[in-house]
Ligand binder design. Sequence first.
Ligand code: GLN
Length: 199
Amino acid sequence: MLRIGLVMLQGARHAHMAALEAASEHSGIQIDVHEIRKLTDLQSYDPHALVLPGGESTTMRLTGLDQSSSLLPGLFHWIRDNPSRPVLGTCAGAILLSDPQDGGAPLVDAMIDRNAYGRQSDSFQDSVFSPLLGREFPGVFIRAPKFTSHASGVSAMHGEEVVGVMSGNVLALTFHPELSGDSGFHTWLLETASKEGMK
Ligand code: GLN
């Protein structure tokens, strides 16, 4: 049974849970999903893989730095200390991975610009191509950030725009795969965690 930690700094958990369940069914990999709200949750649950959902990164930083949670920056240290354990960060999750602001190295080797497409009314859906999945994927962009530079692998493109990067097993997407009805990236997470766990 794979232990999947869903980082709960703010909102947006149900869609990720549904996508993880679909990925579990698709891959035949049994999972247990646990919400990670405090640093002690992370330490005691010891997940094989992590999901960092979207939301509002400023709120997420405030929540995570609050003494009642203390999840940040311990979460970033944990990711650096466990490089084989895959991480999927979506939208604001990708912002935190690219710009952890804890004095340490970014978790993906990229720079990111928040709200770079404009306002809420500029949110959109369009097909992206994922070299990681080797196919098209439905991209749901909600007040999405843009990568302004990257030295890491490209995991998704929207036309000429890089919308997904990957450093090691840390995957950062500027869109919301959990809202697309396609569990391809969640399946990648489970399959990678399962392979790493067997080493
Ligand atoms: N606009 C948000 C931010 O800057 C990200 C939006 C999202 O996660 N959908 O944090």
